[in-house]
Structures are given as C-alpha cells and as structure tokens.
Write a protein that binds this ligand. Structure first.
Ligand SMILES: Nc1ncnc2c1ncn2[C@@H]1O[C@H](COP(=O)(O)OP(=O)(O)OP(=O)(O)O)[C@@H](O)[C@H]1O
Length: 519
C-alpha cells in the first residue's frame, strides 16, 4: 500500500489520483458493433442491409451460430454466402460484423482427423486442437521465394512414376469421366506416402457421404490417417461450404509446408467446386458467362493452385504438391473447366473409360497424359528405363489400331505389338497396392530387356508379381542408388536383370525353362 504524504496538498493530490483511477476502472468500455438485418434468405445465400462498413470477404455472424462471408457489396445491400444450416434464418434477423476474414485451425493436432471446412470435427473424436489459425484465402508465395521442382513424389503406381512422373511442389491434374478410377489414383498416392515423411491433406468436395466414408475407410485400413488430414464438404452441405473447402484445406497444408515439411494435397473434385461457385454466383445475380459460369471462374482455381509450390531454402524448403481432380463428360477434355485446369496445372493424368472397360487398371491413357516438370525430378535410374518404355509403348498403341483390322503383319511389327502388350500388362496394378521403388525398377528393367516377351499373356500378372517380390533380393548398395542421381552401371543393371530372370523361370515355356548358360 502507498504511504499517505504528510503535507495537506499532498493528501489532496493523492485522493484526486485515486478517484481518477477508480473512475477509469468503472468506466464502461465501449466498442462499436455494426448490426444489420437480413432482408432475404434463399438457397445458401442471404441479402443483408444496414452494414455500411462491411468489407469484402468479411465474416458475418447470424443467429444460431451460423456464419457467412460478405461476397457482393452493393450500395445498400450485401450478398452473403452462408456457411451453415440456414433453415432457421428469417428476414428481419440480426447480422453482426466480426471485423475479420474467415480462418481455420492449423497444426499437428489436425493429423488423423476428419473435419469440415470450418474446422469442426466430423469424426466424433472431440474438439480439434489446432496450434494456430490461418486465413483461408492467402496470397500465393512470390516467385523469388520458390525453388525448382527437384525431388520426385512417388505415387507407387508404375505407370505414373515411370511415364508421367510427379515432383514435389508440382500441380498434376487427374482428369477423366465418371467412375474411371480418379479417386483411386489419388488415394493410392496418399497410401504410398507412408514412411516417406510426406504429410497429406485430402479435400472431398461435394461428394456423396458414402463415397467419402469409403475413401476414409481405405486410408484408415492402410494406416494412412496418421499423416493425413481429411477436409469434407459433402454434396448435401450448403454450396458456401463446398466453395471454401479447398481454400481451407490449402491453408492447413500450407502451415505444414511453411514448417519445412513436404505436403501432398488432393482436391476431389474441382468440378463440384466450380458448380458450387456457379450456383452461388447465379443466386447472387452475377452475370453468367460461358456454360453459365461467372467471369472469374478461372481465377478461383488459379489462385488456389498457385499456392502449391516448392519453397526456397531460406523459406524452409518445404513443398506443397497438388493433385486436383476434374470430371469430364463424354471424354470432352476441351470443355470449359477441364481446359482451364489443364492450362493452370503442370500436366495431367488422363483416365480413359475405354481402357477401364478393357480392364487395364489404372486406366491411364499414356498418350494423352503429360507431366511438364516432373521429368526433371525423376531419378536417373527411372529416367534411363522409362525413356525406352514410353517410346515402345507409343509405337505399340499406334500399331495396335492397325492390327485390329486383321491386317497381315510382318515379324518385326508382330514383335513390337507383343512387346507392347506385355508393357501394358506390367503397368496394370490393383487398387490400394502401391509398389515400392526397387520393385518398380526390377519390373521395368526386365521389361526393357525383353525378359517378359517369352511369358504367355495370361501368366503376365503372376509373372510380374513374382518379379516384384524378387526385388527383395537386390543388394542394399544397389537399392540405395535408386534414390540417388547416379545412373546404374552396366554391371549393376545385369545383377538386377539376373534377379528378374531367375524369378521368371517358372513362367517361361518348357523349352526355354532350361538353365541359362552364362555365354
Ligand atoms: N487399379 C484398380 N484396380 C481395380 N479396381 C479399381 C482400380 N482403380 C479403380 N478401381 C475401381 O473403379 C471404381 C471407380 O473408381 P473411383 O471411385 O476411384 O473412380 P472415380 O473416377 O473417382 O469415380 P467418381 O466419378 O464417382 O468420382 C471403383 O469401384 C474402384 O474400386
């Protein structure tokens, strides 16, 4: 306690100071809150008046805990996209400004969780413990802070890793008709990141609840949820949630990337995202353009995918690889949304319904697929084998069309076709069964060396599984080279081919199944 001064004026001073302090502590703290009213509510949209100071993208609070984003700022009305159940909202209800933009919880606590784009848990495992919050809309990393794509992101799918390689920090589109295995490719890639120090974010947009549950079950079954965050906006959720879902998922992924981690994000799928945005824009009476999409439909996807990158060393060297999925109708990849996405991304994996019907799974059409930057990230061993393979496969596809007409073929052409059929058989792969790098390399080397050419087509699946299993026998010092930038020496190649030859013995015709002399 302060001592009371001895002279009288000092006492007055002291009393006065105390009174001032007391008044300050009693004074009510006033802060201004703008409160508006709803003038109209329709499907996922509200019109609000009486908020003259509201900013674009500002988060607004409605009664019942529903939030919304200020989307259209007109002179006397604000068009708001609703982010929750709007059934109880009525014209005349109050709307409050929050003075902030929408943000989402981020951090390690989200790994293994299934959440909605607002960060609410959907898995019944209690509240989500984020370590920080980040705005859902963030500017992309400036060019000067980006590094070239140099490290491969193994998908575990032979056809992709060998022929359409993806690098960490790349954006590779997965495009195809309905039910052609688009989700399966993305999920397999996530499964293959187990033990590879890559965190994953799977963002399901506008899908049926059963399809999402199936995907999550696959991830759980293979122990992939430990390093994965699942962000879900189901088909039955308001369009506003579907619209913000990929941005929120990207902020979650970016947080890991900024800590120097490698991250993979899957957007399944952006066709539904574009449709949700079209619905909101039409309800907000924005002018429709081609296919009734609003004028800024390209921008909503480019600003999203531009956030995927490989950061330079000064920024921690993390990376964010994006696998957006797009659904086409009747194989029309030149429709509006697919062409937009093709031009934004660094390549595409095209899935063909005709290959799917023929049972060539994954149904990747190698001719229409491309990876514009991943080739530079591909390891030297892969590049050496994959170069020959791509050429041989392209030749085969061309010749196969002629062969269908029953034309009489010369011996060389027949050989090319038979070899091509074996390449196709080797690139087939079951779902949820990613193949590790050594097993892929031994199969690909055996293929290019023509070892499979003597195996009957109907025995190919079994034969290549045997070769894959034999990869266990590759000496450790050679297996270590697969991760390095050095090409295999001829002697090392021979060792691997010898292992494959041994594994293939039981599948060769009788007369060939003799002990092979070294000569
Ligand atoms: N490599 C594979 N081997 C066997 N079956 C597969 C393979 N890839 C996909 N499938 C099967 O094909 C079907 C369609 O796969 P998926 O759901 O991934 O396709 P989609 O194109 O994502 O479908 P949608 O258009 O509904 O999103 C599924 O039943 C899946 O099990």
């Amino acid at each position: 306690m302060n001592a009371v001064p001895e002279n009288l004026s000092g006492v007055f001073d002291h009393v006065f100071t105390c009174m001032c302090r007391a008044r300050e502590s009693l004074a009510p703290r006033l802060s201004l809150h703008e409160v508006g009213t709803i003038t109209n509510v329709s499907t996922g949209i509200a019109k609000v008046s009486g908020l003259p100071g509201v900013g674009f993208d500002e988060l607004l609070e409605f009664s019942g805990g529903v939030s919304g984003i200020a989307f259209n700022l007109d002179e006397d009305e604000v068009g708001v996209v609703l982010l929750g159940d709007y059934a109880d909202l009525r014209a005349g209800d109050e709307v409050r400004r929050t003075g902030r933009v929408m943000d989402v919880a981020v951090g390690e606590g989200l790994l293994g969780r299934v959440i909605d784009p607002l960060g609410k848990p959907l898995d019944g495992l209690g509240t989500v413990a984020g370590s920080a919050r980040l705005p859902v809309e963030r500017p992309a990393v400036p060019i000067m802070e980006r590094a070239p794509v140099t490290v491969p992101l193994q998908t575990g799918l032979k056809v992709v890793d060998a022929l359409i390689p993806i690098g960490r920090g790349q954006r590779e589109l997965i495009v195809g008709d309905r039910q052609t295995g688009k989700t399966a490719i993305a999920l397999d890639t996530i499964l293959n990141q187990r033990g590879k120090d890559v965190l994953c974010v799977y963002c399901a947009i506008g899908q049926r609840a059963s399809a999402v549950a199936k995907g999550i079950a696959v991830l759980r079954e293979h122990g992939a949820m430990e390093y994965t965050v699942v962000v879900v906006a189901e088909g039955s959720d308001p369009s506003g949630l579907a619209f913000v879902a990929p941005y929120a998922a990207t902020s979650i992924a970016e947080h890991f990337m900024e800590q120097g981690r490698d991250v993979l994000i899957v957007y399944d799928d952006l066709t539904q995202h574009a449709r949700a945005y079209r619905e909101l824009s039409l309800l907000l009476r924005r002018p429709p353009g081609r296919e009734a999409f609003p004028g800024d439909i390209f921008y909503i996807h480019s600003r999203l995918l531009e956030r995927a990158t490989h950061l330079c060393e000064e920024r921690g060297g993390g990376s964010l690889t994006a696998l957006p999925i797009i659904e086409t109708e009747a194989q029309n990849i030149s429709a509006y949304i697919p062409t937009n996405l093709i031009s934004i991304t660094d390549g595409q994996i095209y899935l063909s319904p005709s290959l799917f019907e023929l049972g060539v799974l994954p149904a990747v059409d190698v001719g229409k697929s491309v990876s514009r930057v991943g080739g530079k990230a591909q390891r030297a061993t892969y590049r050496a084998v994959a170069g020959d393979l791509k050429l041989a496969y392209a030749q085969f596809e061309e010749l196969e069309t002629f062969a269908r007409f029953g034309a009489r073929l010369d011996a060389a052409t027949r050989k090319t076709i038979e070899h091509g059929r074996r390449i196709r058989a080797c690139l087939k792969q079951a779902e949820s069964a990613p193949v590790p790098v050594p097993a892929q390399i031994v199969v690909l080397l055996a293929l290019t060396a023509g070892l499979f050419d003597e195996v009957a087509l109907e025995k190919m699946t079994e034969a290549q599984l045997a070769v894959q299993a034999a990869a266990e026998g590759i000496p450790a010092q050679i297996a270590a080279l697969f991760e390095s930038d050095r090409k295999l020496l001829d002697a090392e190649r021979e060792i691997i081919i010898g292992i494959a030859r041994e594994a293939l013995k039981p599948f060769l015709p009788e007369q060939k199944n003799q002990p092979v002399s070294q000569a």
